[in-house]
Design a protein around this ligand. Sequence first.
Ligand code: SIN
Length: 283
Amino acid sequence: MNERLKITPLGPHIGALVEDVSLSRPLSDAQFEQLYHALLKYQVLFARDQPITPVQQRALAAQFGDLHIHPVYPQTPEAQEIIIFDTHDNNPPDNDNWHTDVTFIETPPLGAILAAKTLPSTGGDTLWASGIAAYEALSEPFRKLLAGLQAEHDFTKSFQEYKYRKTPEEHQQWLEAKEKNPPLLHPVIRTHPVSGRQALFVNEGFTTRIVGLEEKESAAILEFLFRHITKPEFQVRWRWQENDIAIWDNRITQHYANADYLPQRRIMHRATILGDKPFYKAS
Ligand code: SIN
């Protein structure tokens, strides 16, 4: 059996296409090692023509680590670890901002695996940005200012109460999720636990303030950083086809799902792999 994966970079900073692998079947150790190595290097990987069931997607994700069960998103009946994003006119997205997944917990995800199930006739691309490239583009004095600072991340910034009141059960689930996920702190610059590279680790989806700064200083710096990460220089944009799969390193990237296709429908399945506690170590 040919165990060599074909990996083709899609740009200078972020993104690669993976070929010559079937992601619905368990990967051999050699295949997994190549995939993980490529993930560390390219930060987000894409594969075409990979039909995958929720149970197979869970098994693929579990090769990377323990899985997260989302507190409010709907899950597939076959596997509760697989989130369903079913977006249409009556269910507009709540994640159409630049964000890193689930930074409202102590150990935000290492990564995620997204599978395209139903796509609009056009539109619905997803963009990923490299927090490493964004960090490296900052001036040395500004990097020094950010080094060692902590920022607050809040579940309710993206998951706002008014969006979760369609039924009493949904509202109760939101109340419990809020209770279980109080605001917490992560470093503004995160050191990748494996590669040691530094990356910007604040995101518009969940980050509310930088602690220790005056309110206006914090707001101005966050506003700058949220805008900085959206520079096309740091990004890759993926035009989905059905049965495509994307795998990203959530520790050093952010993404944006473009909701330009409404009122058409778009269905995606995501598995989310738990990570470790973010830290900053001076290089
Ligand atoms: C996500 O935010 O994890 C989903 C992105 C997408 O639907 O393209």
